[in-house]
Design a binder for this molecule. Structure first.
Ligand SMILES: [Zn+2]
Length: 246
């Protein structure tokens, strides 16, 4: 028959097993928003590129319309000037008019070059936008799928957390309140508040337990604290292991 101490130890081990699982679950749950955000970021990146390209396209189209209007009005103006050349009386005025017409034509050629460049830009941006729209649709599908998977994982984890939590009160009610308090106290610092001692070494902190304490522990009467890390420690007396000294 198990001694009271052994029974308490078994219960405490069970409680710690549950608490460690709960910690794991809570950590996973806490990492979910970050993972959902990461799944969304590829979609957001394409969306942002698409918005930039659309703004650039609107700007290029506006500039092109502006240049075309300027070209059209300057061309009309030059034609009118040419048509009225015959009416000019002096050589000086005639030459000035010719110079002005030539200047306007030169500016118009530059406008035409700019319009061509803008047409090319509009064409490239339009192609780019079509590609980005298709990418965005793909990314949205991938993101929605990932988002759904993560939401399902969240539901599963929550369910599992609730089921582990539901098991705690029954165990705690059977434990000595002092043991629970000690356990909770150490657990504020280490999730694995209860540690085994193997071959005289605390498995929580890997430090040696002094021989005298170790011998006391072999009597299996109460939980001790590791002198180095303060975890609650216990020892399982193995066959051939040095027994308590009388
Ligand atoms: Zn320790």
């Amino acid at each position: 028959m198990k001694t009271n101490f052994q029974a308490q130890l078994e219960l405490l081990k069970e409680l710690q097993g549950i608490d460690l699982r709960l910690n794991e679950i809570i950590n996973k749950l806490e990492s979910l928003p970050e993972r959902i955000a990461a799944a969304r970021s590829a979609y957001d990146q394409v969306l942002s590129e698409l918005e930039t390209s659309r703004t650039e396209l609107a700007g290029a189209e506006k500039s092109k319309r502006h240049e075309e209007m300027e070209l059209s009005s300057a061309t009309d103006h030059a034609k009118q000037r040419e048509a009225k050349l015959y009416a000019i009386k002096t050589t000086k005025e005639y030459q000035a008019a010719l110079k002005e017409i030539a200047e306007t034509k030169k500016l118009n050629r530059e406008r035409e070059d700019r319009i061509l460049a803008l047409m090319e830009q509009v064409e490239n941006l339009t192609k780019n936008i079509t590609q980005l729209e298709s990418d965005l649709a793909d990314k949205e599908v991938a993101y929605r799928k990932e988002d759904e998977a993560l939401k399902a994982e969240e539901a599963e984890l929550t369910k599992s957390m609730e089921s582990f939590e539901a098991r705690r009160p029954a165990i705690i009610s059977q434990l000595d309140i002092k043991v629970v308090r000690k356990y909770d106290h150490v657990r504020q610092r280490y999730p694995d508040a209860l540690a085994n001692v193997e071959k005289g070494v605390c498995q929580g902190c890997s430090m040696n337990v002094p021989p005298q304490l170790f011998n006391e522990m072999l009597r299996l009467t109460e939980l001790k604290n590791c002198p180095s890390c303060h975890r609650l420690i216990y020892v399982i007396a193995e066959e051939g292991e040095q027994g308590p000294k009388e």
